[in-house]
Design a protein around this ligand. Sequence first.
Ligand code: PLP
Length: 334
Amino acid sequence: MNQLTILEAGLDEIICETVPGEAIQYSRYSLDRTNPLAGGCAWIEGAFVPAAAARISIFDAGFGHSDVTYTVAHVWHGNFFRLEDHVERFLAGAEKMRIPMPATKAEIMDLMRGCVARSGLREAYVNVCVTRGYGRKPGEKTLEALESQLYVYAIPYLWVFSPIRQIEGIDAVIAQSVRRSPANVMDPWIKNYQWGDLVRATFEAQERGARTAFLLDSDGFVTEGPGFNVLMVKDGTVFTAARNVLPGITRRTALEIARDFGLQTVIGDVTPEMLRGADEIFAATTAGGITPVVALDGAPVGAGVPGDWTRKIRTRYWQMMDEPSDLIEPVRYI
Ligand code: PLP
């Protein structure tokens, strides 16, 4: 545990904290501190570098115009989870944005594997992004003159909702001051960094004393929140939004688990009234697993404690990280 505490030094909280007996537990291991890439490795412009030293050009259109798409996969207990699904969604997003992909699917997966292997991290947050890139002239804006860039990094697990929050739950509000960007403006289906709406909703949540916010779309339907999908359970059916959301890999996993448990699942329109009448609500994201929402707009959700289905789905989700399956790929550490 000491080793991991050192690894997380520099972050405000010790994120290795969890609850004994719960399915979500960190690995116990130590890093090879003689390896400069240990604890965080990035791949930038053809080289593996320590994550803390990774830099990109200020002229990259990914930075200047948010002309970028990305995905975040994860490694838990030394296993990648749904790596190929992440890369396929990433490739589809880049194609929709017409960003030329400078590497093949196999090469991208290898770079992600390479960053984790070199970092030595058993629990890792693995980001791959492709930007429209930059041209030969500083500040070049002509799209055809830009060369797209692929960046990859593996760092210690970053949480939208820490393990403790996943166990104890969070409170949320439905944002009133901002709506989710609609698909005909910036399509949330494409994983993107245009977080203006999500950041405004986060500030609103803070001002209203809540941990996070759910955003409605312009027609008033529930979409998602800053970094997560929203699911609700009512009378044995799981509901989640069809429109104006990212098709989350964690949400897909949660729905599969729910069906295995015999629950019905519906991807359709979710209204605020449905949420207010839900038996259970949970958030789903790579960087937050399955997190119960125990209060909405100050009122308890169900009994005001993490719901039974949410707890079962969360436990099963973390158990899957250790079970050999098509969804799991062990990292070959160097
Ligand atoms: N919705 C948004 C806006 C996100 O940013 C994310 C993840 O970062 C998700 C949903 C969840 O997606 P996934 O489960 O694939 O991590």
